[in-house]
Design a protein around this ligand. Structure first.
Ligand SMILES: O=C(O)c1ccccc1N[C@@H]1O[C@H](COP(=O)(O)O)[C@@H](O)[C@H]1O
Length: 209
């Protein structure tokens, strides 16, 4: 089975088109105002119109309230990636749209939190835990100890993220067995500024995994 990749935090037609042309299986849009990647509903509507049916669209949220979630779902996103969202809230949201539950990982106990999302999410996204008080719960280019995922029974389909880039994704996939990887900072030239050459290099590296 080939390894597939989500390119996250896209905000321009040029970088979205590059991700699709270079083989991304999913593209992600961030709905979180403190993020340098935050996008408006109109922006996302226009971007989604460019996405072919074989590429999945994912909205990224941090425990979204009802108003934000409803407006974002109206743009046409096909799944939601939920950070800092309880299993109960995730389960309620899953009644409306497929859910990727982000698990912030620093320790083995963090990885164990994934089990609580059985029945509440469709996929687990293991991401690096950002420091206490950080502005963002993800998208900071931080990685966690991939050994924490070794030999672990997985409660759900899962994906790996956190600090991935073209130079380390092969090692990450080899060490963890991930079949879906997710990147944001690793394909940027500055926070929030996606780089088409880095997107191409990342997706080429993934194709060689
Ligand atoms: O990218 C953001 O700004 C962001 C904001 C709020 C929650 C999550 C966010 N990003 C997600 O974090 C992971 C890892 O990103 P990175 O590759 O380490 O930069 C990825 O899933 C992003 O979608």
């Amino acid at each position: 089975m080939p390894v597939t990749a989500k390119i996250c935090g896209l905000s321009t037609p040029e970088t979205l088109d590059a991700a699709i042309a270079d083989g991304a299986s999913h593209v992600g849009f961030v709905f979180f105002p403190p993020s340098p990647r935050n996008v408006s509903f109109d922006q996302v509507r226009a971007l989604i119109a460019r996405v072919p049916p074989h590429v999945g669209t994912v909205g990224v949220f941090v425990d979204p309230d009802e108003t934000l979630l409803s407006a974002a779902l109206a743009t046409g996103i096909q799944a939601v990636q939920l950070h800092k969202t309880t299993p109960e809230r995730a389960a309620a949201i899953r009644m409306r749209v497929p859910v990727w539950a982000a698990i912030a990982v620093k320790t083995r106990a963090d990885v164990g939190q994934a089990a609580a999302y059985s029945g509440a999410a469709d996929r687990i996204l293991y991401d690096a835990k950002t420091p206490e008080g950080a502005a963002l719960p993800g998208g900071m280019g931080l990685r966690f100890d991939w050994k924490l995922l070794e030999n672990l029974p997985q409660p759900l389909p899962w994906a790996l993220s956190g600090g991935l880039d073209a130079g380390n994704v092969r090692e990450a996939v080899g060490g963890t067995g991930a079949r879906l990887v997710d990147v944001s900072s690793g394909v940027e030239s500055a926070p929030g500024v996606k780089d088409v050459a880095k997107i191409a290099a990342f997706l080429k590296a993934v194709a060689q995994c």
